[in-house]
Ligand binder design. Structure first.
Ligand SMILES: C[S@@+](CC[C@H](N)C(=O)[O-])C[C@H]1O[C@@H](n2cnc3c(N)ncnc32)[C@H](O)[C@@H]1O
Length: 234
């Protein structure tokens, strides 16, 4: 086991929303339209995930993507810092009859030690914003090391692409546009917590980090001024 220096970031802590809280986990599985089984299945196809490939899913949450990749025949290392998320994923994987192809690890971007062969694809969705920018860079370097040459890294997250001078109006407009009443989805309070306590960054910063980590960005899709996806090749 690697011993980290005293200045190393503790990435097993919960930042912002507490995903150790079982009610948050169940709400997450209901509320997160970005990671439905249908969207995950499409992403599996888009990334060309095939039987026999190996995949890492960082911040796997309730396991929706990991399950779809396993259904396609891949071996999935599903990594999360929340025991509650991992328990939920395990139950869903058993129901989908793919638990033998999913290895769950209680670990994070900065602490997971991949001891098997380098993998074909690494995916992370809606999880990287839990790390401050300096540690995102460290995470990208670690991810590059876990991938085969030519391997694919797919990143989807909250990413700001508006001009920095507009941040006050853009954040207010975003929250007004997307927040839902309690019990119908993420609330104003959830989005305010996200902006205040989590670490969404600008796209131009992420692009420079990805290229400095040795990736070629094959696709950068700024879906809205607050969300983006990247397909990168090592
Ligand atoms: C918003 S959920 C996204 C889950 C899933 N990827 C999806 O798209 O539905 C974020 C997940 O990232 C996990 N997480 C937070 N910090 C992490 C870290 N440093 N390393 C790995 N996972 C982390 C949380 O526990 C949570 O399960």
């Amino acid at each position: 086991m690697t011993t980290h220096p005293p200045w190393y970031y503790n990435d097993v802590q919960q930042v912002g929303t507490d995903f150790e809280d079982v009610t948050q986990v169940e709400a997450y599985d209901r509320n997160q339209p970005s990671s439905s089984a249908e969207k995950s299945q499409k992403l599996v196809t888009q990334l060309g995930i095939l039987e026999g490939q190996s995949i890492i899913d960082f911040g796997c949450g309730t396991g929706t993507f990991a399950i779809q990749a396993a259904i396609a025949g891949a071996h999935v290392y599903a990594i999360d810092v929340s025991h509650s998320m991992l328990t939920f994923s395990q139950q869903k994987a058993q129901l989908a009859n793919v638990s033998s192809r999913i290895e769950l690890h209680h670990s994070g971007f900065l602490t997971y030690e991949h001891t098997a062969a380098p993998v074909d694809v690494i995916v992370t969705q809606a999880a990287l914003h839990h790390l401050p920018d300096f540690w995102k860079m460290a995470a990208f370097l670690r991810i590059a090391n876990m991938l085969k040459p030519d391997g694919i890294f797919y990143l989807w997250d909250t990413v700001f692409s508006f001009h920095p001078t507009e941040y006050q109006t853009r954040i207010n407009e975003w929250i007004q546009r997307v927040a839902k009443p309690p019990c119908e989805g993420w609330t104003t309070d959830d989005f305010e917590t996200h902006v205040r306590e989590e670490y969404t960054t600008f796209g131009w910063i992420l692009e420079r980090m990805l290229t400095d980590a040795g990736f070629t960005i094959e696709m950068a899709n700024y879906v809205t001024p607050e969300y983006a996806e990247y397909v990168c090749r090592k």
